[in-house]
Design a protein around this ligand. Structure first.
Ligand code: HEC
Ligand code: HEC
Length: 269
């Protein structure tokens, strides 16, 4: 998956046809990378698919038949060999068939999300990580310090989700997103609690528990701090991750190693 990270938005090139007064043509550069690849995009794409495409292609894209709408989960497309190609098919349709496409006015983000969804249902997918899982494992427990927060097979800490089987739950692109943009999707369980004291002091961390009178926060040093709700502190939930983003900490190659390691974490032997 190479340097997927910084979202190389090689852009939807607007090729205004300069010749012969032809109408402007909007095209997609062959090497355009899909900028909408998070889990939220998969979900949005699925919703769109079920609303707009499933009557012909089936609820989970596994198809009716060639005439109503082919199976789109096989990983092979007759009319596209790249994300940009799929983008075009979804936008423009397939000529002289029932596949009309969403049309030139369709929202680009929605089209990309459909592409992302189709990639997510590719039964041949999973992809092959380009990095070294062994090197990634060393980063994980070494300079990465990921085990300060994460547990893998019983080793590590509980300030973040247990990653023992994360390779089963997440696609390669999602693992990369988790590293460079941890705030992209944070389950409420991992939201941050921010408490501000009477003198303006601030404590931020995971909300461990809360009742009518007290709440407790686990700060970054894993200190459990208890607060009385009547002690002059105010508090709020912040829908952000406590996990730092690693876009700058690690090179793309190191992140690929980490992703390869994470991807290898599965329950099957
Ligand atoms: C009215 C039925 C219909 C609807 C609705 C429809 N499709 Fe299709 N689609 C087809 C048919 C039929 C084909 C096969 C065209 C051909 O003969 O190659 C096709 C082909 C495709 C292909 C190309 C498959 C390949 O092998 O290259 C893609 C991708 C696709 N559809 C995606 C979508 C998406 C995404 C939507 C919703 C936005 C959608 N379709 C809505 C009928 C439909
Ligand atoms: C300060 C604590 C902390 C550190 C350090 C940390 N993480 Fe996280 N991580 C979290 C929390 C909290 C979440 C859950 C919220 C989220 O998705 O960001 C998370 C989520 C993740 C996820 C998504 C898990 C899932 O179930 O989808 C992955 C993958 C991940 N971290 C990998 C790493 C790696 C690799 C490192 C080291 C380079 C690391 N984390 C370092 C706290 C941490």
């Amino acid at each position: 998956m190479g340097t997927r990270c910084g979202i190389r938005w090689t852009a939807v090139a607007l090729l205004a046809a300069l010749t012969s007064g032809a109408a402007p043509v909007v095209t997609v550069a062959q090497d355009t990378e899909n900028p909408y690849i998070s889990r939220l995009d998969v979900r949005a794409g699925r919703q769109l698919f079920q609303a707009r495409c499933s009557t012909c292609h089936g609820l989970n894209a596994a198809g009716g038949n060639e005439s109503t709408g082919p199976d789109l989960t096989t990983g092979r497309f007759r009319h596209a060999d790249s994300d940009a190609g799929l983008f075009r098919v979804i936008r423009d349709g397939v000529r002289s068939t029932a596949m009309l496409g969403l049309g030139a006015d369709a929202d680009e983000q929605s089209i990309w999300q459909l592409v992302t969804y189709l990639r997510s249902v590719d039964v041949t997918a999973g992809g092959t990580p380009t990095g070294s899982a062994a090197a990634g494992r060393q980063l994980f427990t070494g300079t990465g310090g990921c085990d300060r927060c994460h547990m893998v097979n019983g080793q590590g800490q509980r300030l973040g989700p247990d990653l023992s089987t994360v390779g089963e739950r997440r696609a390669l692109a999602e693992l990369e997103t988790a590293l460079v943009n941890p705030d992209a999707e944070v389950l409420p369980r991992w939201w941050t609690m921010k408490a501000t004291g009477p003198d303006g002091q601030v404590v931020e961390g995971l909300r461990m528990d809360e009742d009518t009178f007290t709440f407790r926060i686990m700060d970054a040093d894993q200190q459990l701090r208890a607060f009385s709700k009547y002690g002059g502190w105010t508090w709020e939930r912040v829908q952000r991750s406590t996990m730092p983003g690693y876009a700058d900490t690690f090179t793309a190659a190191e992140r690929n190693d980490l992703v390869a390691y994470l991807f290898s974490l599965r329950s099957e032997p």
